[in-house]
Write a protein that binds this ligand. Sequence first.
Ligand SMILES: Nc1ncnc2c1ncn2[C@@H]1O[C@H](COP(=O)(O)OP(=O)(O)OP(=O)(O)O)[C@@H](O)[C@H]1O
Length: 275
Amino acid sequence: MIKRASRLPSPRRSAARRSAARFTNGPAVHFRDVTHHYGGAVALDTINVEIEAGSFVALVGASGSGKSTLMKSINRLITPAQGDILIDGKNIRDDDRYHLRRSIGYVIQGTGLFPHLTVAANILIGLRISGRDKNDARVAELLDMVDLPQDFAQRMPDSLSGGQQQRVGFARALAIMPGLMLMDEPFGALDPVTRDALGDAYRKLHDRLGLTTIMVTHDMAEALLIADRIIVLDAGRIVADAQPSDLLNNGGGDVADALVAVPRAQARKIAEMLK
Ligand SMILES: Nc1ncnc2c1ncn2[C@@H]1O[C@H](COP(=O)(O)OP(=O)(O)OP(=O)(O)O)[C@@H](O)[C@H]1O
């Protein structure tokens, strides 16, 4: 916790992030009146939000609040009934959906690695599908990027721990050199120590590569510690959109306050114990 706490906003860190954002290759993402229904049930209700290039945004909210539907509408795994999504000003409806997906990094809980392929083949799968250059040097670079030893390249996924497999999942998503990373509960299946280390490592990569990251999480503490901005969904609507420090100061309204209350109470209890 102490390591992660260092990620709370401070003037020095904010300056570093601004500087990283100046070199970003991540795009801006703009939602305009995005609405979606499954049958009669509303999943997204008139979502209007602009995500800045180079920012790290967490989507939080109770189960069923619409987080995954919103995220999957960005890479067109779901096509919203109404509204538009623009990536760097271009409407995603105008792009071929497979071409669009090949340009966006996607990390899900539990990795989704192919069990019959080596780590190297898993990492290169996106490049192979899109017919792009794929070679051992790229695998070596990506293993390095996610802090895995080089001799993991020829191992099979089931010989790796959950945390190591998730690192391979990150390497695979980064192999296509995306500007935009979508992550749905990327640390959800990991133990707290691995979760903390991997969250920290990914945040550094996000800054270094100038990515735009949108992450779904159930865990408000994780969102507070890793993201620049937190969007809270409730019944398909945005009910709070604020920086972590503002949410901690009760600036997000009732739904956000209820979500923040748990990590805040835990932090207080731990602080008491440390006195
Ligand atoms: N394929 C589907 N068919 C019908 N209803 C769906 C489908 N997928 C999602 N829903 C409904 O849409 C609403 C939003 O679901 P969504 O999965 O986006 O929420 P979520 O916030 O990601 O939930 P969770 O945190 O549990 O994953 C929920 O009421 C859900 O039951």
